[in-house]
Design a binder for this molecule. Structure first.
Ligand SMILES: NC(=O)c1ccc[n+]([C@@H]2O[C@H](COP(=O)([O-])OP(=O)(O)OC[C@H]3O[C@@H](n4cnc5c(N)ncnc54)[C@H](OP(=O)(O)O)[C@@H]3O)[C@@H](O)[C@H]2O)c1
Length: 277
């Protein structure tokens, strides 16, 4: 019997990663799932998933994880799903450089580090899939999400460049750009705004109060919000299709955002985006 294909999925303690790790396992993949905290290993292991600790913000953690993975996988990694990330809310003028740097360590530099460590294994086998869980905010900007938007714009730029550089290598790179998906993302963002933004002292205090109501679940919920299985549907295509697409927008707002950006003059588009939250 053929060996199952192997995939690394990061950020599997909740949301999209937790769902996709289990769905991939059910579809016959050998899944190496990562979480940051010891207490999150158990529920994945209970579902028969090989689970490891890895934090993108710490280079040593990525190196330790990959050393272990090379041994357990025998050097066979067929696919990488970079997924673990968080959103740091806050107006651009309220973001300290350290807070911005932290956002990039988790959402951008860590992804690059892990990808660079996986690529030589894929190159040796002459095949592989790298799928980046970006965001519609990697394509269109959003007020009070400058740190996250910047990290995902950077990810888009690096990933499409990598895609072009890998043409002909047998390794394919795709980006998934979800709009609103049910997960712990907004709850985690709420703790980040409270941790890092001086809400009361900001000229944006009134806007933050409105934002907080949305993040804590008391504000309106997008009627377009989908479950993580919507992301899995396109992840499967990126992993299995002979010619995986560069971009996979997910949800109606994500598809609309991309289309409007393409069609409208820039000034009009940004003025429209001013009213989206
Ligand atoms: N939900 C949405 O509406 C939405 C929309 C567009 C894009 N996305 C993208 O979807 C991906 C998954 O997010 P989600 O919606 O599933 O949110 P989530 O439920 O908050 O899950 C995020 C996962 O990332 C992990 N993570 C956070 N910081 C990390 C780090 N430094 N190193 C490694 N892992 C880290 C979290 O671990 P802990 O539990 O330890 O914090 C958690 O497992 C992210 O890339 C996000 O940008 C989400």
């Amino acid at each position: 019997m053929a060996e199952p294909r192997t995939i690394i999925v990061t950020g599997c303690s909740s949301g999209i990663g937790a769902y996709c790790a289990r769905a991939l396992k059910a579809d016959g993949w050998r899944v190496f799932a990562t979480v940051r905290k010891q207490e999150d290993l158990g529920s994945l292991q209970a579902d028969g998933i090989e689970a490891f600790r890895m934090d993108y913000a710490h280079t040593d953690s990525i190196a330790d994880f990959m050393r272990e993975i090379e041994v357990v996988s025998g050097g066979r990694i067929d696919a990488l799903f970079n997924n673990g990330a968080y959103g740091q809310p806050g107006a651009v003028e309220d973001l300290t450089t350290d807070v911005l740097r932290e956002q990039f360590e988790a959402n951008f530099f860590g992804w690059h580090e892990l990808t660079r460590r996986v690529l030589p294994l894929m190159r040796k086998r002459g095949s592989g899939r790298i799928v980046q869980c970006s965001s519609i905010l990697g394509v269109v900007p959003y007020r009070y999400r400058g740190a996250y938007t910047a990290s995902k714009f950077a990810l888009e730029g690096l990933s499409v460049t990598l895609r072009m550089e890998l043409q002909g290598s047998g390794i394919h790179v795709s980006l998934i750009e979800p709009g609103p998906i049910a997960s712990r993302f907004t709850a985690n963002a709420l703790s980040k705004i409270n941790e890092h933004i001086d809400i009361r002292g900001s000229v944006h205090a009134a806007d933050y109060r409105r934002q907080l109501a949305r993040l804590d679940g008391t504000g309106p919920v997008s009627r377009h919000k989908l479950q993580p299985d919507a992301v899995y549907a396109v992840l499967k295509d990126a992993l299995n299709s002979k010619n995986p697409k560069p971009h996979y927008p997910v949800t109606v707002p994500a598809k609309q955002g991309m289309m409007l950006k393409r069609l409208l003059p820039a000034d009009l588009f940004y003025r429209l985006m001013r009213w989206t939250d």
